[in-house]
Design a protein around this ligand. Sequence first.
Ligand SMILES: [Zn+2]
Length: 581
Amino acid sequence: MERPPLHSHAPNSSAPTPLESHAKARFSARFAGINTRHYSNLTLQLLAKAYPRVCPDCRVPMTTPVARRESVVRCGDCHRQASLTAGTPLHHFKLPLWVFGYLLSEAMTTFPQMISAAQIRRRLGVSKSTSLLLKRRLQLFLTDLVPVIKERMAGDLQKEFAGLVLPANSDVSKVVRGKPVVHMDTLALFSATQRANGGRSRHRHSGQTASIYLTEKVAEERGKFQIGTLVHTIAIKQGPVILDSVPGVAQKNVQPLFSFLPQQTPTFTDDGYPWLSRYNRNHRAVNHSARAKDKKRNVWARNRWSRGGVHNQVAEGTQRIVKASFLAAYGYFNPKFSQLYLNEYSALKSIRVYGLESLLKSPIVSIVDPKYSGSPAGDLKPTPPDFLRRKIAENQYIPPTIEERGFLDNQNSRRQIRGKLRDLFNDNDFFEAKQAHVDYLNFWQDAPRWKRQHERQYGAIARKLWTVLSRRESALLSNIASKYELSHTLLVRIAREWSRLNIAEVQELKRSSTQDGKLRVWVRRRIDILPDLLYSWDMERYTAADKPIPDTVAELPKRERVGGSGMSAAKRNQFIEEMMR
Ligand SMILES: [Zn+2]
């Protein structure tokens, strides 16, 4: 290729502003169809608004352009020069400035379709590493916008809801109609389950968290543990959305994410946030797995998706779009960079809602670090060369180690346990109760119908007993038995089981020590909710108490441990191969 003669104008006549380097001019010449002048102005405006320069000597804004150097401005008073890009996401930007404005505009118009590094590469005909760096620059700029967006959201919510208290037990739909209620949820991206299942998630919340991690063994072999990304969504209907990459859905992972919201913001979630009501009395949850009261006809409750005007469809709609966008554009990304991708999405969505102009009303960085101001060639030695790398590292997501996640502990059981109980079972005092409850859940999945029927009867008696007991004082079981016409023997058995599991306090006075020769048993609840437990198996053993019990009966049948993702070993290995490439 022939070098254009020195001092010639750029071949692209639509860009009369001379560019400072011939490499840049040659690059721009390839894009005759793009209004490069428009986009370079856009970039310049963005930089000036978001990262304004102030003369360190005169303390006035540096806004005067410098001929032939598009990314340099100077002080109108002392003529000191400064780079517009140093210390910003465009630090050491080697391409013409229009490229950035062009990419941002494209990203804004195609949203919710995302532009991948591969697409940037094809469009601009640049190398793989250049296109990836461009993508990161775009992500860093949009990441810088996220705090601005949060502040805006918080301000709007404060204005809308100050002093509001939602009615406790009645329909809230009238109160919140048309208002920016906050909806929260989580979704898994690039999970093992999803891949194995053709991109669809199988069950909400069942193993969702587990599915983004490799099994312990494979993780040790590969030196990698987390492969997918778990996304926490905070969304407002037809409004902004904030996405965060989290290692799990425990309170400690999730709660800090919405600390930017005003205290009592009306917030709708599913039942995965049992602790939230303690902090926010305007929190409402809808129970997606609610069972119907009339079990003969309907397995699921009709109102399980929406109850009293509380629903989570906004978060779920958001999730569907987020998922589709990410899967279509990227196929996969390393969780390490997940937060950058999520910020990109959040910011683009919010630009749609608020407009870029409006978000950049005040600068993102009001005074750029003095080491980035002043003459780039002059006295102030600028810029650590690794500025960008540092900036990317600051926004990296750090996946948990195997130990941190306590992986084996929950992959099989915790996901099935209802929210309220899950918190309770975290307490070591209730380890036995947790095991018993897991046994119950397993039993319920695969026991024959007649056995379940049987169990249901005992369960009903147990629940009846539970409701008439209190936490404050002990009740005498024989009184309850006669009042509600229940079998005293059965009640005693049930109470003893609760005592064994530490969920009730039981005191007995043996027949031999009572005047009338009758057993006296007092019971007091130790917790608020009764976990579902198995009673019938024990009952049968007790009812047959006269006969000697063979040793083999004393053990529950051992259950096969089922892996978290439902993949075969071969499939999993194949999947990991794919992921590691
Ligand atoms: Zn000056």
